[in-house]
Write a protein of this length. Sequence first.
Length: 334
Amino acid sequence: MAGPHPAVAAVRAAVRPGLTSTTGPLLVACSGGADSVALAAALAFEAPRAGRRVGAVTVDHRLQPGSAEQAQRTAALLRSLRLDPVLVVPVTVGSAGGPEGAARDARAAALRGVAATHGGTVALGHTLDDQAETVLLGLARGSGPRSVAGMVEQRPPFWRPLLGLRRETTRAACLAQELPVWDDPWNTDPAYTRVRLRTEVLPLLEDVLGGGVGPALARTAALLREDLDALDALAAHELGALTGPDGGLPAGPLAELPAALRRRVLRSWLLRAGVPDLQGVHLAAVDALLTRWRGQGRADLPGGTGVVRASGRLTVQRGPRAAAPAAVDPPEEP
């Protein structure tokens, strides 16, 4: 007896390992597109065999005419796959970060809320092609190595089991199973940066560089994530060793750390102290208290907080800028 179509088998094989490494109720986020429909079908087949309960959620962004009807059609398809429960969650999309970013933020917030209420893990249908686009966007924005490292397979509450598969595989899987697919018109609208990356930039790179660009970008992201995870672990160790009973950090030992490690320690320390919306410019100002010390005053941070250097230590100061303490460290010799 013949087995499933190769594309169907590939998607099912991709979800199997995660069904044993994740815990609790499982929901698949499905827009109705080929990637998430193929994922939903694979989980509907594999999850019961692994003793897992699986449901689904579709988010209605309410940005296009007929979006509510399309969300209900997607929900009906998911129910036909015997997923339970199937949830339709309408969201209100703001304007911060542009239309793409605002929709993504609203969707992520909705899925986190659903995960907390109805399921421990939300499976997302991002593919290798999505990963390549994310890496290119991170490179273009110059927003640091973590953005170039792309998406991770598991970061609770999200699970992305299809990051090793191409978009063409998910579409072939849907075709082989005669599953209807909704092609969102926004996914072909050149007004959006990611669409132009998908339809113009990546094909050009494939042509100029002789193919294999998508997998190469995904491999680069995976290798970079390994390095970043190792640095993060080292930073966590240093932070634990250096943090004093007052919650402050010693300036001297911290300044001696390599820059990549030192800045991670500072970032974790500030986030632990509850500094909101921490950006690179804020981190650079605090780092200057260590590496370019000239007796300067407080480095102001969001939320009315700041960092001061006094008596050889960095401490977080809350509220309005206070008068300079008497024991401020002297400037370094030029």
